[in-house]
Design a protein. Structure first.
Length: 317
């Protein structure tokens, strides 16, 4: 895993300067002294987790750009909500979590799919051990942000990961009516940062074949009817994290987003809707720019895999 400082490509007016955390709002609850979940490196579960993550970090030539922006907020004791783009796999958040753990010895609470993550033997227990919260558990999510001060979630959830047709909507954020992350940030006076994940749409090849209804029922995911089969290096993508195509994965952390008049957004539904539209637009612009400039981080293997995927799409597979 590589952590780069890099140069910000965040749109003007959509962020405040990195390294200058906003003062805590008057009357806001005091945040924890050290936000996040502390994990000891010699923890018996942490060691295989880190070994697995490091193996795939090399496989994907993984790097994180501007991880220091989170560190500045952690040192300032600010509560932080991280949001990102999403696909149907655990490897993307796993790599980012491992980078956080390597750098800061802390990890954020994550929101995980209740069936795909917590319904799998072993994986659910591991997720709980590292502070992952089942989706739709708002009370647990509120408590985690209030007590530990560091949360990462994917507003697009299954709509963005499973229902989106990647070839028609590459790297599109599906955040319509997803106000929860902003309500959390406003209620707990937290900073919001966007984490752009480049390379994850191509991590598995999304085919034109529909997922069989029987398979969706077995996974408890009937609401994703019509989603498409994905394929990795070993065939159909049925088990999370096994084994993706060797694209290069890069995470780029934004500066803290400017949420404007927070008091107004807490009081007024219209102000919240306007803020949501502006944040969504800002994050999509950042993601588009990073994808457009991915050649800065790409390599010959990454370009080869993506070229092969485009060829398969052209012939209709």
């Amino acid at each position: 895993m590589v952590d780069k400082q890099g140069t910000s490509s965040h749109p003007k007016g959509g962020a405040i300067a990195a390294g200058t955390p906003r003062p805590r709002a008057a009357g806001a609850a005091r945040p924890p002294e050290s936000p996040g979940i502390p994990i000891a490196r010699d923890d018996w579960l942490a060691q295989p987790f880190l070994a697995y993550a490091r193996l795939f970090a090399r496989y994907h030539r993984h790097e994180v750009v501007h991880l220091d922006r989170i560190g500045a907020l952690l040192r300032a004791g600010r509560r932080v909500v991280l949001v990102g783009n999403h696909v149907l796999d655990v490897l993307d958040p796993l790599l980012f979590t491992a980078a956080m753990l390597d750098r800061y010895d802390r990890v954020p609470h994550f929101i995980g799919h209740e069936n795909l993550i917590f319904g799998m033997p072993g994986l659910g227990q591991l997720a709980r051990r590292y502070g992952m919260i089942p989706s739709r558990r708002m009370e647990e999510t509120e408590r985690a942000l209030a007590q530990d001060g560091l949360l990462m979630l994917y507003p697009g959830s299954g709509s963005e990961a499973a229902r989106r047709v990647y070839r028609d909507e590459p790297y599109r954020l599906s955040w319509a009516n997803r106000f929860g992350f902003l309500r959390l940030a406003l209620r707990h006076d937290a900073e919001v940062l966007f984490v752009a994940a480049v390379g994850i749409d191509e991590m598995y090849y999304q085919s034109s074949l529909a997922m069989p209804d029987l398979l969706l029922r077995l996974l408890g995911s009937e609401r994703y009817a019509g989603s498409r089969m994905q394929f990795g290096l070993l065939g159909p993508h049925l088990i999370p994290g096994l084994v993706p195509l060797p694209v290069k994965i890069t995470h780029v952390v934004s500066e803290p987003l400017d949420l404007g008049d927070r008091a107004s957004a807490r009081r007024s539904k219209r102000a919240l809707q306007d803020l949501h539209a502006r944040v969504w637009r800002t994050c999509q612009t950042l993601l588009d720019r990073e994808v457009a400039h991915r050649r800065r981080h790409s390599d010959w293997l990454d370009r080869g895999v993506r070229g092969a995927e485009r060829l398969l799409q052209q012939i209709g597979l």
